[in-house]
Design a protein around this ligand. Sequence first.
Ligand code: 4AD
Ligand code: MG
Length: 435
Amino acid sequence: FCCLRMFLHEITFFHVNDGSSLQSLQIVADPHLGSRDITFGSAVEVWGKLVPSPHQKQNVELQANKITLVGSCNPVSFPFKIKDRHSLEYLRQFPHLRCKTNVFSSLLRLRSEATAAINSFFKNNGFIHIHTPIITSNDCEGGGELFQVEPASRKEDKNQDNPHFFNVPSFLTVSGQLHLEVMAGAFTQVYTFGPTFRAENSQTRRHLAEFYMVEAELAFTESLEDIMKVMENLFKSATSHILSECPEDVELFHKYLAPEQKVCSWFNILNHVNLIFRLSYTEAIDILQDSTKTFTFKPQWGCDLQTEHEKYLVQHCGNIPVFVINYPYDIKPFYARDNQDGPQHTVSAVDLLVPGIGELCGGSLREERLDLLQSRLKQHGFKDSYQWYEELRQFGSVPHGGFGMGFERYLQCVLGVENIKDVIPFPRFSHSCLL
Ligand code: 4AD
Ligand code: MG
């Protein structure tokens, strides 16, 4: 990908970039080498000699002695112009081309580095990486936001006895948690990091239909504190890794996004990560009810926290990350561990809320007591399909728990990017599946 800087009478300067870093290499060439046909966006092959550069911003430049135009680029129809600073919203229209821009290539390098940092964090802390399945027959979250999976051709095949390819209805996974619970029973500490799918109809700045989730599960865990510690350390470790490995790419985001566009300050988060605040759900509701702010959804004990509530709580605590613990029994999925604490009946569940985004992580202790689990499954009406899950409580069951962190929300949070569609290469959301 090449960027034509200027033409002089005698010498041509242009910049090339292979995507490995933000730094471009300046090419110095005689016009007779054919460089006049090279326009912004062209693909070129250049041979020459690396020499020290007289410019302050670069150590070396390439004195070309052979230039081949490998792929030309029509400057009129190419959607990006060399001098223009295109908005992320504009770039979104070109999912097949936006990776060629500085800002989006920075994002994708950061995404790659963050992926590596997350994998290293788990490896260094004794977790086993499990590939949980993409296709599953369960709805882990019980929210019904499932994409069903059947072969495209099967619907027409009337001779089939069973209407389902797998004999049972099957779906794209909404979470690998239940499969991780299986594995935690054998490996103690496990994690998975892969695509998850939600048929969310909501068009928001923090929801996708396909997103990546980092999920961890720990056996012999009796306290939410143990889960929160892993969440916090994961956040810190990945964040300080990308700051040290990709300072230029992070810096670009700080320059690129105007202060009013940034949902939060990256440095603010890192500086305050040691100060993660803790609130119980009940305290959170009290804070919301005492506020003079008018919420679209009136906060009441028993309601799920809405994004507006989460953002308010973060601001109220000084714009730093906040753990909210012990949510009402009735709003959390069947697997969450009962605190048996009526009359305000809660479960051991925790969400990590962060500035500008709201919920970044969701986790819980899991119900390991068979009788309580069985009555909960019955209450939800899906007892039979979870027989295997009940068996986990019969054959060497231990207290355990875990959490999931939305990877795109993590990137939004550390880079201050307002819209989740700008932190994933090919965003999928309702009414849109480009490419
Ligand atoms: O809170 P959620 O639904 O929790 C679970 O799925 C648990 N089973 C995870 C676990 O305990 N292993 O999702 C976890 C996180 C959320 O906190 C959020 O960051 C992200 O996944 N998330 C989404 N990100 C983008 N688009 C969506 N539609 C998302 N839904 C959840
Ligand atoms: Mg959640």
